[in-house]
Design a protein. Sequence first.
Length: 326
Amino acid sequence: MNHKILITGGAGYVGCKLADKLSFQGNDVLVYDLFIYGENVFESKKIKKIKGDIRDINLFRSCVKGVDIVIHLACISNDPSFELNPTLGKEINLDAFEPLVKECKKSGVKRFIYASSSSVYGIKDETNVHEDMKLEPLTDYSKFKAKCEEILFDYKNDNFECAVIRPATVCGYSNRLRLDLVVNIFANIGFHTRKVKVFGGDQLRPNIHIDDMVRIYELMISSNNEKINGKIFNAGWENRSVLDIAHETKSMLGNDIELEIISTDDNRSYHISSEKIKNELNFKTKFTIADAIKDLKNIFENNKLNDPLNNENFYNIKKMQSINLK
């Protein structure tokens, strides 16, 4: 069954790949985005692009009519980007959320899928951090993500189905590439400088390949109401130490790469269990960190990117600073 799907933030790192996949499957896809990294990030020519800010509820209202499914990816997307302008972060990540959800429900949207974050758990000592654990968010970014989960479920019913995904750190290639995420950082720096600096190294970081992340959103669209309505799912797979990721990078890119280990006071460790989505929705990952590095290596070798070490289009903070996003 094909759907009319609106993706907020659909021109972003994950969004553009998801929009293409859903469009090629025959869905009617609308992307609602500021397009600050450009509009030419899609392979599909059928995607409808709407340049808009999620704070502009009147514009959003006019776009959501007739939409079956909303996938809400738009946000200021990590702690450092958020801290650059906390007022902007609060307006986009929290204040705009409830009006947007209300509008979706009023307009007859049947399913709302929210991209939260695995950072809502804070730092846990337990080996497997699962969805039923107490949330202890440490930053405004993660506190607002947790608050939006609560807000969303206040609106759910059988006619307005709501589901939350808590993604791990995503890795791999996308047409709107980010090179400020741990695996992608190591691949980029390692390939171009032949040296990777590892701060600490024992910290665990959960990762998920971008193609698996897209598959999870597809699953959220195709699953029956009773399987996802009111449910929260972690979306990660490989809980690997930072040093282990660095060694994986070296093995994929070449033994000439030098690893420099530097001590750090930042020993934050994140590790999440994704058993729930495996057991309840039968989801199994198909791609690995090694696949992500391999794909990036191929892009670098073929000179597909313009100045990947410095180009602000690959780095959220640099871009936000450059355009003075407000």
